[in-house]
Each structure stands twice: as structure tokens, then as C-alpha cells.
Design a binder for this molecule. Structure first.
Ligand code: NCD
Length: 334
């Protein structure tokens, strides 16, 4: 199989086989993260733009690390320090960065559709690193890789998502990916953040229910995805931070209602003590740091597939290894 798109803008248009293919391509890169020397020469001589028009810690550093571990150079744009503040349009900025002849354009923007818009104007691959409330495809993929590693399969899981789902691009990418594997979703949070229209957002036929009691949402959950609660979205006095903590915070006592080994994910940044308690965030069921480690492998796979494409030859993480080691790693991705 090859990756059939020029860009990675969203997970919604990808089939179950295509999603599995990308996750499988990330697998050998996971081994690279364990090596003392992590740098490959796969993208040597290539340049990746990291254009973050909105703040980011994990995603920007993760794409930067992925690019450098593949041997590519990066060009970094940080919105705060750029000419956007002087009135330059998004398209002008993108065209100017593109005039420096990079080979791939990774971008984050606060407007939904911004990455699609830029992709229509550039001839190089564009990767959406989060656009408004639309999608965050690399996060959806790294979450899936983490779930697949911990649980063994993505098929038919009960996935509960807690928090401000209406504004979450992470929740949308999770639903578009995991929905294709037969997962069922329970979305839970205050009614203003969990409108009933969300029941229709997944792949056709995906069971999605909105519930407003966390106790009900946790029952039978295999995976619990906790979202960051943005304090500026509290609408005092109708919803205060302390109300949220009282009604929805994931704490140890509530965790007893979920399956014994339910897996906990959080895309970060975590507001400890608001949406999740430190005991739960750091507990044995939490995979938050594995998500971060897997993020680098998934982004290496994305950059590799978009910039070179799987050629049918050995995977770049297996090149130069003895045949038996290569075979073993290839089988590990089955
Ligand atoms: C998320 C994002 O920016 O969409 N974080 C991330 O990329 N890891 C979630 C968030 O900001 O709450």
C-alpha cells in the first residue's frame, strides 16, 4: 500500500486500511526512540517548515524532533515573533516561507480549515498540526497507536471522552479514526460543551451518545480520553471551575466505576487538579507520557510517507539491520 494523499489534513477521509497502514509505518520508528543514537539519514537534505500560528509545546517539539531524527532540517515560525503581528496575511506568510524552498509545511492555526486553505496554494505536502476546532490528525494517530499498544487492538472499544468536546479538534480526530474500527463513544461534560449534534459527527453508523453524568460515562469504558478544560471557557456563574471539579473531574474514586484496567489518555497540556487529579494522571492506568513518546514515531511516519513515500523496500528504521532483525520488527507490526 502507499499513502494516496499529498497532504495530511484530516483523518475523516482516510479508510480503516489507510489508518492501519500509517500506524504500522510508525511501529519501526518506535524502536528508534529506544536507541542511544536516534538519527536516520532518510530525509537528509530536506527541509520541514514548522509554522505554528498558535501556541504549542508538545506538537511543535514533536514534529521538530521527528524531522531531525529523520535527518531533515527545520525552519521554525513562531507566531508571536513573526510579521503576522505587522499585518501580513496567512497566505503571504506561507508563500514567503515556501519561497525559501522547503519540502514540507507543518502548520497549526486557530481557524478551522486554515491547513486546507494553505494546501490549496502550495505544491509541497501540508500537514495539519491542529486547525481551530476541526481536526488534529497526528494526535488522533498517536492516541490510536498508544491504545493499540496497551490494549492490543482498536476494534470495538468503548471510548469515553470527557470535557469540552464541542471545541476539541482532538476529540474529532479520535472519533474519525476510532469510529472506523467499530468503537462506540460516550461524550460527557457540561451540556454547553457536549451538544447533542455531536452524536452525528463520526463515520456513518458510529454509535455516539452524549451523557451529562460522569458516573454514567465511566461505566464500561475501555478507554477514557480526558480533555484539557480551558479556564477562559468557564461561563461564571452558570459554570465555574469548582462546579466542573465537583461534577466532572476524573479522580480515583470515580475511576472505580470504569473497567479495572481502563486506559486513560490526555493530549496535554494537563491542568492538574481541574479535569484530572494528579494521582490519576500519574497512575498506572495513565498513558500520557507514552502518548508523547509515540507522538515522535507517528510524526516520523507521517513525514516519511509524505516526503518520500513507502517504496516497497525496507522501512527506513530497518535499513542496514540484519535480515532477521528486520523480519522480527516487520512482524511486530502485524
Ligand atoms: C491539544 C491541541 O492543541 O489541540 N494539545 C495538543 O496538541 N497536544 C489539546 C489542547 O490544547 O487542549
Amino acid at each position: 500500500m502507499t499513502y494516496r494523499f499529498r497532504d495530511l489534513l484530516a483523518l475523516e477521509p482516510l479508510s480503516r486500511d489507510e489508518l492501519t497502514f500509517i500506524l504500522d509505518q510508525a511501529k519501526p520508528f518506535q524502536e528508534i526512540q529506544k536507541h542511544p543514537l536516534k538519527k536516520l539519514a532518510t530525509l537528509r537534505g530536506k527541509t520541514v517548515v514548522l509554522a505554528f500560528f498558535e501556541n504549542s509545546t508538545r506538537t511543535r517539539l514533536s514534529f521538530g524532533t521527528a524531522a531531525s531524527r529523520l535527518g531533515a532540517d527545520t525552519m521554525n515560525l513562531q507566531a508571536e515573533a513573526s510579521s503576522l503581528k505587522k499585518g501580513e496575511t496567512l497566505l503571504d506568510t506561507a508563500n514567503n516561507l515556501n519561497a525559501m524552498k522547503p519540502d514540507c509545511f507543518v502548520m497549526r492555526h486557530s481557524s478551522s480549515g486554515a491547513a486546507d486553505f494553505i494546501a490549496r496554494h502550495l505544491e509541497i505536502p501540508v500537514v495539519n498540526a491542529g486547525d481551530g476546532t476541526h481536526e488534529h490528525p497526528s494526535q488522533g494517530l498517536l492516541d490510536a497507536l498508544t491504545i493499540r499498544d496497551r490494549i492490543g487492538s482498536l476494534a470495538n472499544l468503548n471510548v469515553t471522552i470527557l470535557g469540552d468536546i464541542a471545541h476539541s479538534r482532538v476529540a474529532r480526530s479520535n472519533i474519525h479514526l476510532l469510529g472506523k474500527f467499530g468503537c462506540k463513544f460516550t461524550l460527557c461534560g457540561p451540556a454547553m460543551w457536549v451538544p447533542r449534534e455531536l452524536e452525528k459527527i463520526g463515520p456513518p453508523g458510529t454509535p455516539i451518545r452524549c451523557v451529562y453524568r460522569v458516573e454514567e460515562a465511566l461505566e464500561d469504558a475501555d478507554v477514557i480520553i480526558v480533555l484539557r478544560v480551558q479556564t477562559e471557557r468557564f461561563d461564571e456563574p452558570s459554570l465555574s471551575k469548582s462546579d466542573y471539579i465537583l461534577l466532572y473531574q476524573l479522580n480515583q474514586e470515580r475511576m472505580r466505576l470504569a473497567k479495572k484496567d481502563a486506559l486513560i489518555l490526555h493530549p496535554g497540556p494537563i491542568n492538574r487538579g481541574t479535569e484530572i487529579t494528579p494521582e490519576v494522571a500519574d497512575g498506572p492506568q495513565s498513558a500520557v507520557l507514552e502518548q508523547v513518546t509515540n507522538g515522535v514515531s507517528v510524526r516520523m511516519a507521517i513525514l516519511y510517507l509524505l516526503m518520500i513515500g513507502a517504496t516497497g523496500g525496507p522501512h527506513p528504521a530497518l535499513e542496514g539491520k540484519p535480515q532477521s532483525a528486520a523480519k522480527e520488527s516487520a512482524n511486530a507490526s502485524d
